[in-house]
Design a binder for this molecule. Structure first.
Ligand code: ADP
Ligand code: MG
Length: 618
């Protein structure tokens, strides 16, 4: 063949970036490149198995579904072959020259954050193939697609900016990947070293893995064993296998059930939440098996989407073996499995929260987001999920977190509602105008500080029969409490309220005197069922118009400012109006409503002008 038949191409820029990191800044865990290549071979075999069920015409239909690895110490090569689906010329360019998904950016981000130290995470970002360049001088991929009219092709690169693709006669179906090792990486051509690595990382691959003709992996269905037969190490090894990671599982849940469905499940919560690194939503991480036979690696619908952080395996004998991936999603059986497994898993988390609260908090910090997503997305699980929430509260010390169960335990006799607020920080919420009325009455306010919380709590509505009520609402019934300080007389208060209602009619729904307030002069309260500030902002961001809404103003007749306002109104009504407007603006701002900060500043300036004008007159 002449060299003119060799097609030379540049890597897509993102691939070059990844290769640059892989070659120049990953120093540890280099051996995982073997895991990644085996995992790709296994994926290709799995796809082949499904193709064979679906397609009549397949290239070399009789090739066994197995992975063969060979080492050559002299030539310093490691070769990994599979008879999976292989690749056409086009697919070679698409799969080994470009990256279509969001993995690149997330990977680069994670590398930056970890100082580029470890290669262990590379497989989690969908760029595992390139890890071979950590150890390779050059890599060759010989392949023939499962499609009978496919070409015999060879892909090759030294990991620089480009690669070549050319015809290469005589290929079998699948891929044969030859890794030409760098001088100082020759250890990966030693059979013993390679055997160790396969046993460590690829023991659970669902197809035979042979090294120089000898079977290495165990293909054990750990999940079918009974709990007493599996030790910590084996769980960890299996977790690392299913999650492509090197850390230990945060939680391991292994259970079997016979009724109402026959299930064996082995589920893991990973050490870290990968979506925190800017990874887009992960695909479902729990594979579905039927009597040890893999039905679907990433079945959508087996678990709710918000449980996508869970890794592991579910095996159900009740599934028909010939079930197709397409029809699986909407079978009643899968829906039943979904409900049952989700319930079990949420219950499992609740138990962890009770048994070892400290560990649970570490879990919650990383994965709480998913539980909140679940509250909104799965009403049937929301009550149980809300018990898993952790948050600060006016009755928890410092930054300590508490739960709704604990809140309910602390509720005062006769208290029927759970009060909460959402804001930036605990400190800001406690300084705001809403908390003091509750504190004065010994009522606890749960304090939530994540942006999503508003939305989540609005959709929650109830916990253990107690209504969830946002503490900025107008119609909360409050007992009288003895108040300190001299108040405006009842008559004066009434006059002031009437005057303010008139003056502020454009800004607020109405004005009333109340017993809520202690240290604030006024507070703006929101009608019970109106969407609050955050929710309104969200609706507007989504292009919806939030319903017209005005807050009610409650004034504190014991507050000096209010008393002074009453006097001022008699002497200089124009100035009193300006002050009343400013008080209302301040309260609306504190409630996240009404005036923009710019408007408020402008009003403030005009008020100052009026005051200085008055001083001049004197
Ligand atoms: P991922 O496996 O997460 O998709 P990789 O970088 O490991 O990412 O592999 C990139 C792609 O190359 C795979 O998605 C697959 O399409 C293709 N590929 C890699 N190895 C093989 C193989 N042995 N057989 C067929 N296709 C392969
Ligand atoms: Mg891969």
């Amino acid at each position: 063949m002449s060299t003119t038949d060799i097609e030379k191409r540049e890597f897509q820029a993102e691939v070059s970036e990844i290769l640059d990191i892989v070659i120049h800044s990953l120093y540890t865990d280099k051996e995982i490149f073997i895991r990644e290549l085996i995992s790709n071979a296994s994926d290709a075999l799995e796809k082949m198995r499904l193709k064979q069920l679906a397609e009549g015409d397949v290239f070399e239909a009789d090739r066994p579904l197995e992975i063969n690895i060979s080492t050559d110490e002299e030539a310093k090569t490691l070769t990994i072959s599979d008879h999976g689906i292989g690749m056409t010329r086009t697919e070679l360019n698409e799969n080994l020259g470009t990256i279509a998904h969001s993995g690149t950016k997330a990977f680069l981000q994670a590398m930056k954050e970890s100082g580029g130290a470890g290669a262990d995470v590379i497989g989690q970002f969908g760029v595992g193939f390139y890890s071979s360049f950590m150890v390779a001088e050059s890599v060759e991929v010989y392949t023939h697609s499962w499609q009978p009219d496919g070409e015999h092709v060879k892909w090759a690169s030294d990991g620089g900016g480009s690669y070549t693709v050319e015809e290469a006669d005589g290929q079998h179906r699948g891929c044969r990947i030859v890794v030409h090792l760098k001088e100082d990486q020759a250890e990966f051509a030693k059979p013993d070293r390679v055997k160790d690595i396969i046993e460590r990382y690829s023991n659970f691959v669902g197809f035979p893995v042979n090294l120089n003709g000898e079977r290495v992996n165990a293909v054990e269905a750990v999940w079918l064993k009974s709990k007493s037969e599996v030790d910590e190490e084996e769980y960890k090894a299996f977790y690392q296998f299913v999650s492509h990671s090197m850390d230990a599982p945060r939680y391991t849940m292994h259970f079997s059930a016979d009724a109402p469905l026959s299930i064996n499940a082995l589920l893991f919560v990973p050490g870290e939440n990968m979506e925190r690194f800017g990874m887009g939503p992960q695909p479902a991480g729990v594979a579905l098996y039927c009597r040890k036979v893999l039905i679907d690696q990433n079945p959508e619908g087996l678990l709710p989407e918000w449980l996508r952080f869970v890794k592991g395996v579910i095996d159900s004998e009740d599934l028909p073996l010939n079930i197709s991936r397409e029809s699986m999603q909407d079978t009643a059986l899968v829906r039943k499995l979904n409900t049952l497994l989700t319930k079990r898993f949420v219950k499992f988390l609740a138990k962890q929260g009770k048994d070892s609260p400290e560990d649970y908090l570490e879990f919650f910090k990383r994965f709480g987001r998913f539980l909140k997503e679940g509250i909104v997305a799965s009403p049937e699980h929301s009550e149980a999920l809300s018990g898993l929430l952790r948050f600060e509260s006016t009755m928890s010390e410092g930054e300590a977190l508490t739960s709704l169960d604990e809140y309910v335990d602390r509720m005062k006799e006769g208290q029927e509602e759970i009060y909460y607020l959402v804001g930036d920080t605990k400190a800001a919420l406690e300084k705001g105008p809403f908390v003091e009325a509750f504190q004065a009455r010994g009522l606890e306010v749960a304090l939530f500080t994540e942006q999503v919380d508003d939305y989540v709590l609005q959709s929650l509505r109830e916990f253990k029969g107690k209504k969830m009520v946002c503490a900025d609402r107008a119609d909360i019934d409050m007992d009288d409490v003895p108040t300190e300080g001299e108040s405006l007389s009842e008559e004066d208060t009434k006059a002031l309220v009437e005057w303010m209602s008139k003056t502020l009619t454009d800004k607020v729904e109405g004005v009333a005197a109340g017993k809520r307030l202690v240290s604030h002069p006024v507070v703006a309260l929101i009608p019970q069922d109106a969407p609050n500030a955050q929710l309104r902002a969200m609706m507007e961001a989504m292009g919806q118009t939030a319903p017209e809404m005005k807050a009610r103003l409650e004034i504190n007749p014991r507050h000096d400012l209010v008393k002074q306002l009453h006097q001022l109104k008699a002497g200089n009504e124009e100035l009193a109006e300006a002050v009343a407007c400013q008080l209302a603006d301040n309260a609306l701002l504190a409630a996240g409503l009404g005036t923009s900060e710019a408007d408020a500043a402008a009003n403030m300036n005009s008020l100052l002008g009026k005051i200085l004008g008055e001083l001049d007159k004197k």
